[in-house]
Design a protein around this ligand. Structure first.
Ligand code: G3H
Ligand code: 13P
Ligand code: ZN
Ligand code: NA
Length: 308
């Protein structure tokens, strides 16, 4: 059924694995992810951004996720990704989402707390859980110097105060991941000592890692081979995600890898079969590539396969 992430996170925390949170924008993406989760018998979070709502219409996305629930035996959490203000969170709570993220990370500490608490109070009154974010999501390489990136990463003591004062149900932290396909210029590096410190101060509490695509070389190479131009793309090595899952990280966000899987396979069809113009003949392979990629994540990286 459609569920909150509460039970999923409790089991993930205890089992030292993470639940995958995948961004959805259309039917093929949803079907690819859901088919993989069904085969792997994995708990699943499908997340919708403001951009996804604008692209697909919130009603369509909600109905597609309902179709996924109806055609499987899965427990699925329907989550708003990066809610920017109270209004979009309220709209999702009222529209049947089971989880919302309020992203007040760009605001000063006290404003982030006030906004997050307002959303948490409303959501909790309606049986919906809330993810919040503390710290600015940017790669280590984005900072001008060490002091800059240290300042943008989540402060462990602030994290404890933030969780206590807002009542948020999970917390996205920043330890060096970033959104998109270009996460590191040199060697990938995450601040694991910081994660261990935060996790140690918040025992039993579910943490969230955004920007966790690994940008598989095979997809980047296929894109570039078949007419694309995404040189220098680099993601979070899968070993680092496995490690993070042992330290209180219960939700790992993946969008870019879905985009790369779909685009690589569609580019391949277009180049190898120029006579094709039936969308099913390229969206089908796109969906299949997403399914295979997600199955790999669930089984070999997140550790949530078989944990339904
Ligand atoms: O956080 C970013 C996610 O990848 C969603 O991206 O806002 O383009 O839908 P989007
Ligand atoms: P990626 O860009 O690494 O897939 O991160 C997605 C994300 O964090 C969505 O909130
Ligand atoms: Zn994110
Ligand atoms: Na975990």
């Amino acid at each position: 059924g459609l569920v909150t992430s509460t039970e999923m996170f409790k089991k993930a925390y205890e089992g030292k694995y993470a639940v995958g949170a995948f961004n959805v924008n259309d039917m093929e993406i949803i079907q690819g992810i859901v088919e993989a989760a069904q085969e792997e018998q994995a708990p699943l979070i499908l997340q919708v951004s403001a951009g996804a709502r604008k692209y697909a219409n919130p009603v369509y996305l909600k109905k597609l996720v309902e179709a996924a629930v109806e055609t499987t035996d899965l427990d699925i959490c329907l989550h708003l990704d990066h809610g920017a203000d109270f209004e979009i969170c309220k709209s999702c709570v009222d529209g049947g989402f089971t989880s919302v993220m309020i992203d007040g990370s760009k605001y000063p500490f006290e404003e982030n707390i006030a906004l997050t608490k307002k959303v948490a109070d409303y959501a909790h009154d309606h049986g919906v859980v809330v993810e919040a974010e503390l710290g600015k999501l940017a790669g280590i390489e984005d900072a001008v110097n060490v002091g800059d990136h240290e300042a943008s990463f989540t402060d462990p003591d602030e994290a404890v105060e933030f969780v206590e004062r807002t009542g948020c149900d999970s917390l996205a932290i920043t330890i060096g991941t970033s959104h998109g396909a270009f996460k590191f210029k040199g060697t990938p590096k995450l601040d694991f000592p910081r994660l261990e410190k935060i996790s140690g101060l918040l025992p039993g509490y579910p943490l969230v890692l955004h920007g966790s695509s690994s940008v598989p070389k095979e997809f980047v190479d296929l894109c570039n081979q078949y007419g694309g131009a995404i040189p220098g793309a680099q993601g979070v090595p899968e070993d680092m995600l496995r490690e993070a899952a042992k330290w209180g990280v219960c939700k790992i966000n993946i969008d870019t890898d879905l985009r790369l899987a779909m685009t690589a396979s569609i580019r391949k069809v277009f180049v190898e079969q120029p006579q094709v113009f039936d969308p099913r003949e390229y969206l089908g392979p796109g969906r299949a590539a997403i399914k295979a990629m997600v199955a790999h994540k669930l089984k070999d990286v997140l550790g949530c396969a078989g944990k339904l």
